[in-house]
Design a protein around this ligand. Structure first.
Ligand code: DGP
Length: 112
């Protein structure tokens, strides 16, 4: 999608230091981090969110990327949280599917 910021980042149209990428997925640090580790995993193809008929192969690649990000960022053993804000009530602000990978701190109980 031509005016989508995450399409541009994931497809190298905007220079960003990628934490991880493969043919289907890119991962980069959130510009407004909510934890010591806060990385966004996004597909290179544009999907609005998790209910936008995302192919199983893309979802599998995203899951693989989550593990790679956790390993690279050093939180694979200590634990981390994966969040997919979906739609208005969840506060989704960027309408390109993304999973937040949060870690590096002991998270308090709240909604989750
Ligand atoms: P949400 O749609 O609420 O799940 O969160 C979107 C997140 O994306 C938010 O934490 C800020 C981040 N973000 C928005 N624009 C950019 C950007 O241009 N670069 C980076 N690195 N992060 C962004």
């Amino acid at each position: 999608m031509s005016d989508c910021i995450f399409c541009k980042i994931a497809n190298h149209e905007i220079p960003t230091s990628l934490v991880y990428e493969d043919d289907l997925v890119a991962a980069f640090r959130d510009m407004n981090p909510q934890a010591p580790v806060h990385v966004l995993v996004v597909p290179k193809e544009h999907y609005t969110n998790i209910v936008d008929e995302v192919p199983a192969q893309t979802l599998a690649a995203m899951a693989h990327a989550v593990k790679e990000v956790a390993r690279i960022e050093g939180v694979l053993e200590s634990g981390f949280r994966v969040i997919a804000n979906t739609g208005e009530d969840a506060g989704q602000t960027v309408h390109h599917l993304h999973w937040h990978v949060l870690g590096g701190v002991h998270m308090s109980e709240g909604m989750l």
